[in-house]
Design a protein around this ligand. Structure first.
Ligand code: N01
Length: 539
């Protein structure tokens, strides 16, 4: 690893976090001849894919889509072994990219950034690591991720639990062997739904503590089909253009033009059956154009999936509990599974409803519910999610031009312009920040678009001999208003999801992602740049 720059060095750019976003930022900035360095809290690069090592972790977007597009050579050299890549394979890919583009010499591992302060006189950021090292940089790119602050609910008694407990987002690198154990999994989000079939196959008994039933679709994972891979490579450039026109940044799925209510029921059903058989979430979400805006249209797909659940799960009481009925399908992240509902037909799996009887506390032996029932377990796995989108940024003491704290500026929810910058915080950029479509898209697609926009912006500042850029309060207020209006036209805000911070008690209920789609968002970002960075003050 390269030695740390001396305290006298002022970097052009400090990149905080070296997951997929930070890594690409380092590559782009190096290509522009900028001095940039990545600071990563983990002992390895990869971000989400470094930490989330729970059993069954894999990407729910197809591998051929979920990969960098900045280098066609990279795309052509790399072979994804399965339709959906596992966590170890994605981590291997990320490490391959770091080596392939010689990025490691600009990366400092085991380094958590604790503070970032902007000196207005000097027009420079000073970052301080948890270990006390100081770093000076003209610009900072926060590539800290959206789901990187794991959250265990504040259950009393956890310190007295005599078994072992884990959070999926901090899973031990050496893995966990649950053979012969009674295990409790808390949560039934995307993570739990991937993990539960795997633990059930190993444990003596598995209790799943469910508060909210979720919609999940079959992945239909399979070894990579050689013809599909060859076709993807042959039409790679075309596919990239394609992906940019869509809502989610994924190619190969036609943009829907028809309402679900405009077709006869038999045809609609046949269409849903075809998408169920095809596997994946994107094909079903793209069947019709009004799933996420019209309750009745949404209900046609929701009921289709509910029927599937009732058809798979043999015990009617368990099936009823697993059937979601409190939110429109797709308004929470739609889950993707391999044998999730089937797992409840096993004799060693019990679904516990903690909606009607909530978890009261952790006891030395296990979990006790408010009604008094205690479940004794050897191990507890919390698949309870993250302080999403704002958690990682709020954990760093970030101070803007007038010494104001970002955490205070965001007390009522995140305020950004385009999800890229915050008024009062010059030269501080975010990758896939709140107010951008990041989490509502194929993440690598959005990461690349954001990093490219930031890199072009830095090139513009350099070419014009300018030192700072920050959004105006007005442009930020208008964007936040737009993000909210777009969300309010959809069914998304109906769900108690992490998109609105509902999983963190006390977090302000604000719809954080931009759901106007990646195509509209890219147009807006390009237009802002073309107009000389409209809505920003450059100095
Ligand atoms: O977290 P979640 P996740 N008592 O917040 C429950 C991405 N991802 O880690 O719904 C009881 O979705 C909570 O219940 P409720 C993806 O974007 C991607 O599963 O709040 N239960 C819920 O069931 C995803 O959306 C991949 O009522 C409690 C669960 O814990 C995001 O990560 C794979 C509780 C948390 O679900 C987060 O998913 C996996 C309590 N006190 C994840 N507190 C890919 O494939 C919380 N819960 C790319």
């Amino acid at each position: 690893m390269a030695s740390s720059p001396t305290s006298a060095t002022t970097l052009d750019v400090a990149v905080v976090g070296v997951g997929l976003g930070g890594l690409y930022a380092l590559h782009r900035l190096r290509g522009m001849g900028m001095t940039a360095r990545g600071y990563e809290a983990g002992s390895g690069i990869g971000g989400t894919w470094f930490w989330n090592r729970y059993p069954g972790a894999r990407c729910d977007i197809e591998s051929l889509e979920y990969s960098y597009s900045f280098s066609e050579d990279l795309q052509n050299e790399w072979h994804w072994p399965e339709r959906y890549a596992t966590q170890p394979v994605i981590l291997e890919y990320i490490n391959h990219v770091a080596d392939r583009f010689d990025l490691r010499r600009d990366i400092q591992l085991n380094t958590r950034i604790a503070e970032a302060r902007f000196d207005a006189a000097d027009r420079c950021w000073t970052l301080r690591t948890k270990a006390g090292e100081e770093i000076r940089a003209r610009h900072v790119i926060m590539a800290t991720g959206n789901l990187s602050t794991p959250r265990v609910p504040d259950f009393q008694g956890i310190e007295d639990f005599q078994g072992k407990w884990y959070h999926t987002g901090l899973w031990p690198a050496e893995g966990v062997d649950f053979t012969g154990q009674t295990v409790g999994v808390v949560g039934t989000g995307s993570t739990a739904i991937q993990m539960i079939p795997r633990i059930a196959a190993q444990a003596k008994h598995l209790y799943v503590f469910q508060r909210t039933a979720n919609f999940s679709l079959p992945a239909r994972n399979a070894p990579m089909d050689a013809a599909t891979e060859a076709d993807h490579r042959a039409r790679y450039a075309e596919r990239l253009v394609d992906a940019r026109q869509t809502a989610f940044g994924v190619s190969g799925v036609p943009i829907p033009v028809q309402s679900a209510l405009a077709v006869p029921e038999a045809e609609r059903r046949a269409n849903y059956e075809a998408m169920w058989a095809r596997g994946g979430t994107i094909p079903l979400l793209n069947c019709y154009n009004d799933f996420l805006v019209d309750e009745r249209a949404n209900e046609t797909a929701a009921e289709f999936v509910r029927e599937k659940i009732r058809g798979i799960v043999k015990d009617p009481r368990t099936a009823a509990l697993l059937t979601p009925n409190d939110h429109p399908i797709g308004s929470k992240r739609l889950c993707l599974d391999t044998g999730y509902y089937e797992t409840y037909n096993r004799g060693n799996v019990t679904l516990v409803d903690v909606r009607s009887d909530p978890i009261e506390r952790v006891t030395p032996r296990g979990l006790r519910l408010t009604g008094g029932t205690e479940y004794a377990v050897d191990s507890l796995a919390f698949a309870t999610g993250f302080d999403a989108m704002t958690g990682a940024l709020r954990e760093i003491d970030i101070r803007g031009a007038e010494g104001q704290a970002l955490a205070e500026a965001w007390e009522g929810g995140p305020l950004t312009y385009l999800g890229l910058m915050v008024a009062g915080f010059p030269n501080l950029f975010m990758v896939t920040g709140p107010g951008s479509p990041g989490v509502k898209s194929q993440m690598i697609h959005s990461i690349e678009q954001h990093v490219d926009w930031i890199a072009d912006c830095l090139a513009h500042l350099r070419a014009k001999g300018l030192a700072t850029i920050a959004p105006t309060e007005q442009a930020q207020a208008d964007w936040v208003d737009h993000v909210n209006k777009v969300a309010d036209r959809t069914l998304y805000p109906r769900a108690n999801s992490w998109y609105v911070g509902a999983n963190v008690p006390g977090k302000p209920r604000v719809f954080m992602p931009y759901v106007g789609g990646v195509a509209a968002y890219r147009r807006k970002c390009d237009e802002v740049a073309a107009k000389g960075y409209a809505g920003f003050v450059l100095a």
